[in-house]
Design a protein around this ligand. Structure first.
Ligand code: FCB
Length: 279
């Protein structure tokens, strides 16, 4: 029979997100080595909340204590347990299958034997991360509407925060002219301007603007504008009674068919279905 408890061996992690707290106390039933030599299908993010744990053995062994974070990519071996001279090891964890655009957040500065480790965070960061772990577990086990979406949304926050505290992440504000181009586009979502027109607003040549935008934002101007248009369209679909083609027009798509096509590509469903599903 399938084991129903994710804290016990042989639980089948056949899900997109599973979260929990593993409270290991010396001599208790959970006081065993978590040993998965070929890793898991998904990632695991793990934060120690009390006591100490040991990851790996022999020369590769290292220890984790309260506030330390571990990230196990799918192929990394799992081998961890309560540190032998410590009375307990409590750790919170989230198992997840990532979305493609999370890639950047899933590589941290330091890794040991394929496992990422982050230590030495200040108390504020630890408290914020801890709260996210708690909320993810609570929501994923609740029967709230949109439970999965909410849990994934919090997990994204957790991953972004973990990435942003990596020592090698430098804070680089966006180029002011790129911010200006973005502001212009969001204020004129319904207008069909060319890159040349946008460039004159930012005092750059069209090709310089195009390159700079891509370097700074990681996507093209057209892709970014479509993203903004579709997220505004989503809002309008659920908060107004405008017809789908009116919504399309408001966000800059004169052709309803083209609007539906772009919407579907970005949102994974048609505007009509999106409205029915969310409202
Ligand atoms: C639990 C472990 C926890 C984590 C999850 C995926 O059984 O206690 O550390 O590995 O599985």
């Amino acid at each position: 029979m399938q084991n129903e408890d994710p804290l016990k061996p042989d639980y089948d992690f056949n899900a997109h997100l599973v979260a929990g707290l593993t409270p290991i106390i010396d001599g208790d039933e959970l006081d065993f080595v978590i040993d998965r030599p070929s890793g898991m299908k998904g990632y695991i993010i793990n934060m120690t909340s009390q006591g100490e744990g040991t990851v790996f053995r022999g020369e590769q062994a290292f220890h984790v204590k309260a506030g330390d974070l571990l990230l196990f990519p799918p192929s990394a071996a799992h081998y961890y347990h309560r540190k032998h001279d410590c009375a307990s090891w409590f750790h919170r964890w989230v198992y997840f299958r990532p979305r493609a655009f999370w890639n950047d957040w899933l590589s941290w500065q330091s890794s040991y034997n394929g496992v990422y480790l982050t230590q030495g965070l200040d108390a504020d960061n630890v408290a914020q991360l801890d709260k996210l772990f708690v909320d993810i577990e609570y929501i994923s086990k609740s029967d709230l509407p949109y439970r999965d979406d909410l849990a994934i949304n919090l997990l994204e926050q957790l991953l972004i925060r973990c990435k942003s505290v990596q020592p090698d992440v430098v804070i680089k504000p966006l180029e002011p002219r790129i911010v200006e181009a973005m502001n212009y586009m969001t204020q004129n979502l319904n207008k069909n301007f060319t890159v040349e027109e946008l460039a004159t607003h930012t005092c750059l040549s069209a090709s310089r603007l195009g390159h700079l935008f891509r370097d700074e934002v990681g996507m093209t101007i057209a892709q970014w504008r479509d993203d903004q248009r579709i997220s505004r369209a989503k809002q309008l679909l659920v908060t107004t009674n405008y017809s789908v083609s009116q919504v399309g027009r408001i966000v800059g798509f004169a052709d309803p068919l083209y609007f539906s096509r772009v919407f579907k590509r970005k949102a994974g469903t048609s505007p009509k279905r999106y409205r029915e599903h969310i409202s």
